[in-house]
Design a protein around this ligand. Structure first.
Ligand SMILES: Cc1cc2nc3c(=O)[nH]c(=O)nc-3n(C[C@H](O)[C@H](O)[C@H](O)COP(=O)(O)OP(=O)(O)OC[C@H]3O[C@@H](n4cnc5c(N)ncnc54)[C@H](O)[C@@H]3O)c2cc1C
Length: 229
């Protein structure tokens, strides 16, 4: 058994602007007086571009730029921070869906992954398969409250050891090491995992758009939510 000190989260991908493409579009609509802000992220620039495209609000109306401006617009908000701040305040969240962040969560429990995958809208998941990956070496994070209580910690350790031992015993019962047919191995691994603890450490890759992430963070930081480990 490996005791997990801290689950880890790695940011592995994020939305990138194709600057040439955006600039080509802006040139084609008549070169409005607007440009990418070099001091903010690609994602933030993309959100602003999405919003300004919707209302043709790159700049105040200019009759010489009919495709880039709008006679209804006589002034515009300046600056990315102010622009996005106003979008969030007004609750028009759809433009922030253009930006995605991908994380790998490592050494998190199946409790955590099960709660995470309940969030469906705007999310994509790839989870370590416990039908393929055999659990002969369980990793486990011990909740703080259990660690603070000697008897409780001992109970946790005993049960995890017992369940890990059961995985090994089952492998022996089925003479696993001499099975070479992959379908049979998968079938047995799938069966063994039913005796694994829900708190075992595992990995999940998750991609979400920013709107979805904001929703998840709001829900899962509620005082009633379980610790995300
Ligand atoms: C503190 C806490 C306790 C919980 N306890 C339980 C529990 O006891 N039992 C249990 O089963 N679950 C429980 N949950 C999970 C919860 O019910 C949700 O399933 C989970 O949080 C996913 O959130 P979501 O429904 O907002 O889905 P998301 O996929 O994150 O969706 C985001 C939003 O999109 C909209 N949406 C998504 N899908 C649909 C759809 N099909 N139709 C219409 N609108 C949609 C909704 O407005 C939704 O809020 C708990 C969650 C928390 C935070």
């Amino acid at each position: 058994m490996r005791e997990i000190d801290k689950p880890k989260v790695y940011l592995v991908a994020k939305t990138a602007l194709v600057t040439e493409g955006l600039n080509a579009y802006l040139a084609d609509i008549g070169a409005p007086d607007w440009g990418i802000d070099p001091d903010v992220s690609d994602g933030e620039n993309l959100i602003e571009a999405a919003g300004r495209m919707c209302y043709r609000s790159w700049q105040p109306y200019d009759p010489n730029k009919p495709e880039a401006t709008n006679p209804n617009v006589d002034r515009v908000r300046k600056g990315n921070k102010e622009y996005i701040g106003n979008v969030l305040k007004s609750g028009h969240g759809s433009i922030i869906e253009h930006v995605n962040l991908t994380f790998i969560c490592r050494n998190v429990s199946r409790v955590f992954t099960h709660e995470l995958v309940r969030h469906r809208a705007g999310m994509a998941y790839s989870q370590e398969s416990l039908r393929y990956v055999r659990l002969d070496d369980l990793s486990f994070w011990f909740p703080e409250a259990a660690c603070d209580n000697r008897q409780a910690k001992q109970k946790f350790e005993d049960v995890v050891h017992f369940l890990e031992g059961s995985q090994k015993e089952l492998a022996e019962i089925f003479d696993f090491e001499n099975i070479h047919d992959f379908a049979t191995k998968k079938q047995l691994t799938s069966m063994f995992r039913r005796l694994a603890p829900i708190g075992l450490g595992t990995s999940i890759m998750v991609t979400g758009n920013l709107r979805a992430w904001r929703h998840i963070i709001a829900m899962r930081t509620s005082e009633h939510a379980e610790v995300a480990k």
